[in-house]
Design a protein around this ligand. Structure first.
Ligand code: HEC
Length: 159
């Protein structure tokens, strides 16, 4: 088993609050395939998404997005992620503790809630969908209207 020694990454940047809004007349998330151009409001979320990725997700999912086999699932070319973007946003917001098969490998560890707002969750997932070799299209705030932010059982992560 590989050692997880990237806790050195402690880049907590503050500021940079990008606001954005999801358009109401866009195609459903599943239809936004690689060939669809990324709209400007989604592009505008990417820098904050990148910042969130590099300060939080990187610890487990790694700088490459490859994760650690059988412990932290990959976000790069993840069949699981790419098959349901709304679910990915919900998991980033509310955490996940289920058994999942990602690219043929089983994952059972818990991911705690990672972000506090839908804007942050959508921003970081859009970053992930378009990095690490992914051409995964995009997801809008409108797409995730149905996602509920579940009450936190523990204190929110320190920013
Ligand atoms: C402490 C480690 C940890 C951190 C930090 C973390 N994750 Fe995860 N992530 C996991 C684990 C473990 C799972 C599998 C959860 C399960 O089995 O229910 C997972 C699953 C996922 C999945 C679904 C599976 C997949 O590979 O497609 C997505 C999407 C995801 N994480 C996104 C993120 C994003 C975005 C961030 C940063 C905002 C993040 N994670 C931060 C550990 C982590």
């Amino acid at each position: 088993m590989k050692r997880i020694d990237i806790l050195l990454v402690a880049v907590f940047t503050t500021g940079m609050m990008l606001t954005s809004c999801g358009g109401g007349t866009q195609p459903a998330a599943e239809e936004k395939t690689a060939t669809v151009a990324i709209p400007a409001d989604i592009q505008a979320m990417m820098p904050k998404g990148e910042q969130i990725y590099k300060s939080k997700c990187v610890v487990c999912h790694q700088t490459t997005g490859m994760g650690i086999e059988n412990i932290f699932p990959p976000l790069a070319s993840s069949d699981y992620l790419l098959s349901d973007k709304v679910r990915a946003v919900a998991q980033t917001l509310n955490g996940s503790k289920i058994e999942m098969i990602v690219n043929g490998k089983k994952y059972t560890q818990e991911m705690t809630p990672q972000v506090e707002t839908k804007e942050d969750a959508v921003g970081v997932i859009n970053y992930v969908l378009n990095n690490f070799g992914n051409k995964g299209g995009y997801v809008t705030l409108d797409d995730v209207k149905i996602v509920e932010i579940k009450p936190r059982t523990a204190a929110p992560p320190v920013r």
